[in-house]
Design a protein around this ligand. Sequence first.
Ligand SMILES: [Zn+2]
Ligand SMILES: [Zn+2]
Length: 342
Amino acid sequence: MRACVLVEPGRIETRDDVDMPVAGPDDVVVQVKSALTCGTDLKAYRRGHHLMPPPTLFGHEFSGVIVDKGNRVERFSVGQPVMSVHTAPCGECEYCRRSLQNLCPHLTRTMALGAYAEYLRVPAPVVDANMYPKPDDLDYREAAMLEPLSCVVYGISQAPVGSADSAVVIGAGAIGLLHVMVLKEMGVKQVIVSGRHDYRLETAEKVGADLVIDSGSEHATEAVLEATGGHGSPLVFECTGLPAVWEEAVTMVSRGGCVVLFGGCPGGTTVTYDTARLHYDQITLKGVFHFTPDAVRSAYHLLADGRLDVTPLITGDRTLEEVPETFRNFLGNNTMKYAIIP
Ligand SMILES: [Zn+2]
Ligand SMILES: [Zn+2]
């Protein structure tokens, strides 16, 4: 089959002679109809990623049609359109028992990696826990948004959204804007986005942001304070993964508020906080990572029930042959995600 191989950081090849995946007794093989580019893939391309040692197939956001299945798979059938994430927890370890399946050490043991390909094997644990039938009226491109949306739904589930009438999202990439959509869908009255680049800020408005701050030309904290009567916002979601922005996030949160640290920073970096701010203003800093099966189910319903329109986050379509060039020229300023259509 045809598939993209990350040969080494900085080098992707589209090959025609990659072995077809084979389904074990509890697995399925999916013909990929759409795979989305993702910041994690871009990171792996630029500087390598410990979970994707090259040479490796890659791409993990996908939807497609089942073309083969193991003889013990009963919930799905050949020919069925499906949407899925790429990992599943073991269900038995200490973290799984504490409902922290997102921290299960076995998550990556059974990963469906290699969505930039004609076919992809989805291993049994993922089929069992985190794969869903795709509704006919949901486009394959949108269905492939299940994985990033699951991460966002999980992060938001860790914040006290119920009582908040305002929230700040820092970062206007696809992840930041998925936060905007989910927070608006949950009824948060005022969602403020701080980010850069006209295309992204315009898209933020399109997907429902009530106030957009151009952090390239405005002082983001001052703008947030002004928009919130000088108090700051009870919820701040950091979606850039830059240590300086992790620190800045605390200057935007109101007393008693919560900062959700979604964006992962480069390994080995550190941040510094004013202890008085954290203590006397009772600020919660909440790290979040990945997703649980509950979050995947919620994300699935947001997409399947048509409660979110994620199409503004898909900049355009590319073929497998165009993947190397797409990554090489991916600047991010004028793009969100590309749909790779094999
Ligand atoms: Zn992703
Ligand atoms: Zn586990």
